[in-house]
Design a protein around this ligand. Structure first.
Ligand code: HEC
Length: 135
């Protein structure tokens, strides 16, 4: 990398961090888009007879995004409409549905994972009905 492009990069980084708020990181919306992408890839993998490895990989990606601090940041933000307990309940409902799916994948049971998949989607919708209506 040339000295010029390095200093341009550094300038950009300074600019980005100066524009950011005091809690840098992903917004919940960004995390949701990532989860949505992995969900689509997971769905494609589940359809394939040989999709187990790929399905595990994309489920693993969802699992990592579920641990992102964006969830806590959202609850603490001004945009949060309140009722922390309800959000936590919907979140753990989703995690339960997701655990069923990833458990099936860990056991190598593609058929059980296919059954668990629409239940997981149902748990996405249950939360959106309250916190992101119209999605
Ligand atoms: C516990 C609650 C909850 C669960 C579970 C949840 N979401 Fe969301 N989702 C939200 C909230 C809140 C937003 C709005 C975020 C914002 O705009 O700040 C959102 C927004 C989104 C968006 C839209 C981003 C936009 O602005 O257009 C997508 C896509 C999305 N979620 C996908 C999913 C998928 C797929 C799942 C399940 C695999 C899921 N979500 C599970 C709470 C949840």
């Amino acid at each position: 990398m040339s000295a010029t492009s390095r200093s341009t990069l550094l300038g950009l980084l300074v600019l980005v961090s100066a524009c950011g708020d005091s809690t840098p990181g992903y917004t919940l919306q960004q995390v949701m888009f990532e989860i949505d992408l992995s969900k689509l890839r997971l769905e494609e993998a589940l359809i394939l007879p040989e999709g187990l490895e790929s399905a595990r990989m994309h489920a693993g990606s969802i699992e990592r995004w579920l641990r992102d601090p964006a969830f806590e940041a959202y609850v603490e933000s001004e945009r949060f409409p309140g009722d922390t307990a309800r959000f936590a309940a919907l979140r753990s409902e989703f995690e339960g549905a997701f655990a069923e799916l990833s458990g099936a994948l860990a056991a190598g049971d593609l058929e059980a994972a296919r059954t668990a998949y629409p239940r997981m989607l149902g748990a996405c919708t249950t939360c959106h009905d309250v916190y992101r209506p119209g999605l």
